[in-house]
Write a protein that binds this ligand. Structure first.
Ligand code: AFP
Length: 366
């Protein structure tokens, strides 16, 4: 053990370089150290807050038609600059760029692909709330010639093929949580020394929970199985679950997933009918897929409601999916409610206002 604990570099060398797995090419640990360098730089920028000169909206919109913050653009550039030069990547995809980012000709191309969301939950920036970065690493597909530039199809692969995934959460402390397929591990940034130090080894998500997270303002657009689940939670001790539940919503997937990894819970951004053309709100390649990898590696479960997220075959770089993830027993229950509903065995949800105990019905005979 090094003085000051196990650093990220030591962990990666021990885990990857001394025990290479057959699915991994050399250089994965070096790539992850470059990603960690991006995260340290972003953390330093964010800590400056309004004094950093990067607050507020840019005058641009991103590929999803959403207004970009200046920090969305700045953090995207930080990832590109730290990761483009090392000769380990064949291309990058980001929430902030419409197309695959080609590695500049000045640098060699390598055997990995990086997809990332540089600043998740950026609407929290203006209120000094928690934000994060999310990333996913794939190996280039067998068909891509060594040294060739990656094209869209190289990235369109199911999440179970990821060789590494992780996120950074920029809260009171900055943490990096990663998995290279042997559990999920958390590192805390020691700001004075500049190292990520292993503080949360082999994180396990409790199988049961009394906490759920969903944007309840969308309730009228949810599908019946989600309404059923949330209503049962809200009914608490007096309902069929016979226990009280608590609700949280931070509007940053990173912050929600981090809470779930630390103490359990369920996070849902389910399919809804708010924008019928959209399958869900969250992006598969750089939000849902890496988070599902981390959650499964920590013993949790992640589904669209109807399919394991890591099995979803992406069809487009910025595809969206419904996401329900967290404590296994609760996520299994929600998936079961979807299956019941799809089989027609579950009655569509009706408001309790129109049930037996309705305010609008005459008193039921005793
Ligand atoms: P941004 O990165 O554009 O701020 O979006 C964050 C996010 O994709 C995800 O992290 C949150 O869970 C979700 O959106 C919050 O969405 P609501 O606006 O519905 O709260």
């Amino acid at each position: 053990m090094l003085d000051g604990g196990t650093t990220l570099s030591k962990f990666l060398i021990d885990t990857l370089d001394r025990n290479p797995s057959p699915v991994q090419a050399s250089g994965l640990s070096a790539l992850l150290i470059d990603v960690a360098a991006s995260i340290k730089t972003i953390s330093a920028q964010l800590t400056k807050g309004a004094l950093g000169g990067n607050y507020g909206s840019a005058t641009t919109i991103n590929t999803h038609g959403e207004e970009q913050k200046k920090l969305d653009i700045a953090t995207n550039d930080i990832f590109l600059q730290h990761c483009e030069w090392d000769g380990l990547l064949a291309g990058m995809v980001s929430e902030e760029m419409e197309d695959v980012y080609a590695i500049p000709p000045a640098y060699p191309r390598g055997e990995y692909l990086l997809a990332f969301d540089p600043l998740d939950g950026s609407s929290n920036i203006d209120i000094n709330g928690v934000v994060g970065s999310i990333f996913s690493v794939l190996r280039v597909p067998a068909g891509l010639k060594a040294g060739a530039a990656a094209i869209d199809s190289a990235f369109l692969r199911p999440g179970y093929e990821q060789v590494a995934a992780g996120y950074a959460v920029y809260g009171p402390s900055t943490m990096l949580v990663i998995s290279v397929g042997n559990g999920t591990h958390g590192f805390t940034l020691d700001r004075e020394v500049g190292n990520f130090v292993l503080t949360h080894s082999d994180i396990r998500i409790p199988e049961d929970t009394g906490e759920f997270a969903i944007n309840a303002s969308n309730e009228r657009f949810w599908e019946p199985p989600v309404r059923r689940y949330v209503q049962e939670c809200k009914d608490g001790r007096s309902g069929c679950r016979e226990r009280d539940f608590n609700m949280r919503w931070i509007a940053s997937m990173v912050a929600e997933v981090h809470r779930i990894l630390m103490r359990g819970g369920v996070f849902m951004y389910p399919r809804d009918f708010k924008t019928p053309a959209m399958q869900g709100r969250l992006r598969l390649l750089y939000e849902a897929s890496p988070m599902s990898f981390l959650v499964e590696q920590a013993g949790g479960m992640s589904t669209t409601g109807r399919e394991r997220i890591l099995d979803v075959q992406p069809r487009a770089l910025h595809e969206r999916v419904p996401v329900i993830l967290g404590s296994k027993n609760e996520v299994e229950r929600i998936a079961r409610y979807h299956a019941d509903y799809d089989r027609g065995e579950d009655k569509p949800y009706t408001s309790p206002l129109f049930n037996k105990r309705s305010l609008f019905l005459p008193e039921a005979p005793v």
